[in-house]
Design a protein around this ligand. Sequence first.
Ligand SMILES: Cc1ncc(CN)c(N)n1
Length: 233
Amino acid sequence: MLPVAIDETGFTADLGRRHADLFEAFYRHPFLGGMRDGTLGREQVLHYVGQDHAYLTAYVRCYGLGLTLSPDREWMRFFHDSVAYTLGEEGQAHEALCAFAGTAYEDAQVDRLAPSAQAYVDHMSAAGRDTLGVLVAALLPCPWTYGWAARRFAAEAAPGEDHPFHGWWSFYAEPSGGEAVATMRSLLDGLAAGAGPAERERMERAFEVSCHHEIRFWEMAWSLEDWTPPNGG
Ligand SMILES: Cc1ncc(CN)c(N)n1
């Protein structure tokens, strides 16, 4: 299933089409495979929750950078609503995973990002020192990949309430998530239409790099990545 409908046009439709292979690699990663077939290990789930909680805290700060770059109240409203969603609602997805692991959410939280999560956050923060278009291009793969994957899994397998990760899958399959991505894409399409070639290129690169980081985030949790040097120190 492609992330973009066949008849869609515009900057983000082109990006989604060009990087459909990265969306597919995201969907096919063994971590998400384990989330689909319910075999993912407790330790990997908890590594993910701890890192994702810290990642989303940093992501909200990037929305804050977006607020300072906002040219008007439409953009401010977008960032305001996005912050409310991430701070107010997205914890439900983590809570569902913690329930599976039999761990309190507070106990799963960590105060240090693993290398791959740190690299992703650094990439988005750097984009926030560029233009609004580059920042939003870097932020878009986060909601787009998850919503797309969850709706795809719902269509392919319709996981029932007895699925160990049902709460997580159903949270990200919510239509409101798809509507938020549609809003973000249309705002970004508008910026891209007014951007010059150099800025457009930076926007394209920022989007592609974030797609790679999304896949690496799965790999980080799958391999329980930490700061131990590869040779054991
Ligand atoms: C790393 C990551 N990417 C995306 C999402 C979905 N907002 C998330 N929770 N975490």
